[in-house]
Design a protein. Structure first.
Length: 398
């Protein structure tokens, strides 16, 4: 049995059709898309075709798509770009405590420059209250930034409701849709967003490519300065092969999205039901139903998340830790903390994220291997032994 990859929220395998499209461009279409002669125009045509695909999927105009180097750059451009362009109007930003660091850290950097940032709380399931967004608006607010779906727990936010509030108060509204673009319906008018970030490598495209949707009329300035590419909002020769690959990935996923969403939801639910049945002392983090189709974030009491990852790796199963912000930072996740989960409760948390290459047999394999891996780790845990002793003394079951 080969490797089972269950970390699709971190990144996804590039699908063969996408690799083929990228190779085609690398080998046969090297022109600079800003040049006038034919090989430049070939590259330009390929670039504009990718732009049309993206515009079609999100219901935008083609010149509202600004290609970038990925989710991080799109988020930075949205936050810094609006802050710069609208400084005269005010110096207040509203965001949430559970955003990706690609939004949180630009906000923190702006605070050092005198900006005020409201980091809204979330409830125990990771949901932002739209009324709290409305309540936080002041005359100085120039930007509201709320992610559409959380990368760690998968909770999906009420973006359309927040969009209505932002529109009625005439405030620019950005949503980081890196985890939901391609996986959920993403129509900018229905969501009411002015800015929307995406990334190719979350949808079976290459790393280092993304786009920021910028609604016409949005007051935003560039972060980089250079040539006139991407309406001067993102200067620099475009990564044409990467963008073409992104376009191919997006159009393929869009054509199969509904079926894939249903398939992943049913696999996800079967996996959680199976884990609950086979492993005692587990807890699901995030909203039970308003969650990304493929995402589960589960706490396994009396187990270290990192040990569990390594234990599963021995069976060639790749999952992520749900408690650390990133795999090399062992601080508790800011998302779980914001949801009110104490560090000890977040400790043995795994994030399992399914993708299009996963099948029912992957779920079966995990359900076979996970209970014995958890049991084995718990057998070394003094806390677990203590717990069992106490249970016994109290005359309880397991
Ligand atoms: N925003 C969210 C919600 C993400 O999950 C990620 C990546 O994990 C990013 C932004 C950053 O995207 P990229 O890796 O393309 O820079």
């Amino acid at each position: 049995m080969g490797r089972i990859y269950l970390d699709n929220n971190a990144t996804t395998p590039v699908r063969p059709e996408v690799a083929e499209a990228i190779m085609g461009m690398l080998k046969g279409c090297y022109g600079n898309p800003s040049t006038l002669y034919c090989i430049g125009q070939e590259a330009h045509t390929a670039l504009e075709r990718a732009r049309d695909i993206m515009a079609g999927i999100i219901g935008a105009d083609r010149d509202e798509i600004i290609f970038t180097s990925g989710g991080t750059e799109s988020d930075n451009l949205a936050v810094f770009g609006v802050a710069r362009a609208q400084r005269k109007k005010g110096n207040h930003i509203i965001t949430t405590k559970i955003e990706h660091h690609a939004v949180l850290n630009p906000c923190k950097a702006l605070e050092k420059e005198g900006w005020e940032v409201t980091y809204l709380p979330v409830d125990g399931q990771g949901l932002v209250d739209p009324d709290a967004v409305g309540g936080a608006i002041t005359e100085k607010t120039v930007l509201i930034s709320v992610m559409s779906a959380n990368n760690e727990v998968g909770t999906i936010q009420p973006i359309a409701e927040i969009g209505k509030i932002a529109k009625s108060r005439k405030i620019t509204f950005h949503s980081d849709a890196v985890q939901s673009f391609g996986k959920m319906p993403t129509r900018v008018d229905e969501l009411g967003v002015d800015l929307l970030s995406t990334s190719a490598h979350k949808i079976y495209g290459p790393k280092g490519v993304g786009f920021l949707y910028v609604r016409k009329g949005t007051k935003i300035m560039p972060v980089l300065y250079g040539g006139h590419q991407e309406r001067s909002l993102r200067p620099g020769t475009e990564n044409v092969p990467g963008i073409v690959g992104f376009g191919r990935a997006a159009e393929l996923l869009d054509s199969e999205r509904e079926g894939e969403e249903a398939r992943l939801t049913s696999m996800r639910d079967r996996l959680w039901a199976g884990i609950k049945e086979r492993v005692p002392h587990v807890r699901l983090h995030g909203h039970p139903t308003k969650r990304l189709a493929g995402t589960l974030n589960i706490a396994f009491e009396f187990v270290e998340g990192e040990s569990l990852i390594l234990g599963l790796d021995e069976y060639e199963i790749c999952v992520a830790s749900g408690s650390a912000c990133t795999s090399d930072v062992l601080e508790p996740s800011h998302v779980l903390s914001a949801m009110g989960i104490p560090p000890e409760g977040a400790h043995g948390t795994l994030r399992i994220s399914l993708g299009r290459e996963n099948t029912d047999s992957d779920v079966d394999k995990l359900l076979e291997v996970l209970p014995k891996t958890v049991e084995n780790l718990r057998s070394f845990s003094p806390l677990y032994k203590d717990f069992l002793r106490q249970q016994k003394a109290a005359g309880g079951g397991r």
